[in-house]
Write a protein that binds this ligand. Sequence first.
Ligand code: GDP
Length: 481
Amino acid sequence: MFESLSSKFSSAFSSLRSRGKITASDIDQVCNEIYQGLLEADVALGVVESFIEKVKSKSLSALPTLQSGSNQAQAIFDIVNAELIAILGGEARRVRLAKNPPTVIMLAGLQGAGKTTLAGKLAKYFKDLGDTPLLVASDLQRPNAVNQLQIVGESISVPVFAPEPGNGVGNPVEVAKGGLAFARSKLHNIVIVDTAGRLGVDDEMMKQASDIRDAINPDEILFVVDAMIGQDAVKTAQAFKVGVGFDGVVLTKLDGDARGGAALSIAVLTGKPIMFASTGEKLGDFDLFHPDRMASRILGMGDVATLAEQAKKALDGESSARLEEKFVKGEDFTLEDFLEQLEAMSKMGSMGKLLSMLPGSGAMKKQIDNFDESEIVRTKAIVQSMTPQERIEPKILNGSRRARIAAGSGRKVQEVNALVDKFSAAQKMMKQMRNGGGMPPGMALPPGMPAAPRMGKGPSTPPKKKSRSGNPAKRAVEENS
Ligand code: GDP
């Protein structure tokens, strides 16, 4: 996400950090580099100019105090970070729930922006929070939109109100009204209305969207926009703002090679917050939009907060606590535990996405892009082909067992051997860490993976076992030390 912009910021700051005392001309230079970077990322000129002006004036006025400090470049970095957060909208804004349910959310935007996909993502998001969403199929225009919504709804067990077949047939305003009445009668507390888009902004489309708006009086109108279209997204947003009006923006396709133009321009130019970000085609590739986390990514500091949240979600509390306890008690970490963690990792999404949230991931871009995602699948297949006993006691894995596992998982015996060897080495390392204190169990890592941050709660270091002397006098000294 925004790699080239991020590398511009990184290079601007690395040259600033290499200076001893920062001067006004250093500030000019860093501002010029950032200016160029933002323009290349297709950020709207007005937004870039006002951003640079603020950064420059704040940095220059801080210069006299800053020059006496020890970390001058960091002080400028903090100013840039704060201004980036501001243009991204300041604080994350959540959906405002209606005082009297249901809360009605209407989606609007061009065809192909990702509205129907988003409807499913939002429904899943609310369902996971314990709400009872209803999806309403009011996009009767785009071929297959109704059917697509039904399939999405079915996959997450969320009902879909779809009385019309779509593909040009049916009245979308009536469907929206009917959906709302249905939700009231069945006590759904959230209603998500998918609406039709066109390939470009047109009057008929705006009229239909505003008729739906007037019929259902939504609590939130979310404008869904493809971040890949850069600054054009802002033009479309402005047309929708006039034609229909909206309360918040959802940026989709942030996983693609979006340069950042839409994300960095839209909140300032529309005066509306970005509320959600969509980062893939899968229903889980979606999150609340946090301006501070996005700024952190752009500045090359990663997004560890999101990573930790995802890990917590994937590794349920019970298994996390059990592993922690095992670790503290000194029990062996088994292949059974390893498999459980591999499953959790798969739930968290692609390894490439996870790694890209780590600080400094920009510099590892090549390795991340080349990461072989199927390694996890292959490793899982091998462990799954073992019996429970073998997973607990890998020692019993003799030649014939290994051959059976290889055949069962469709892998070579050498791969089974390599996995068992690496696992034994990792197990040994865990033991050493436990004895020496330090690293928590966190996630067991499949071969070749970098360390993941700590997961779950509980003490970060297990109690260190002190050796106790058999000599009472010595022991008294040890215990008092
Ligand atoms: P609609 O016409 O606005 O309802 O758009 P759709 O929901 O049908 O999405 C259009 C296409 O974009 C589909 O192929 C989706 O799978 C894809 N899509 C939607 N959101 C994302 C996203 O965040 N990332 C990526 N890569 N593709 C997306």
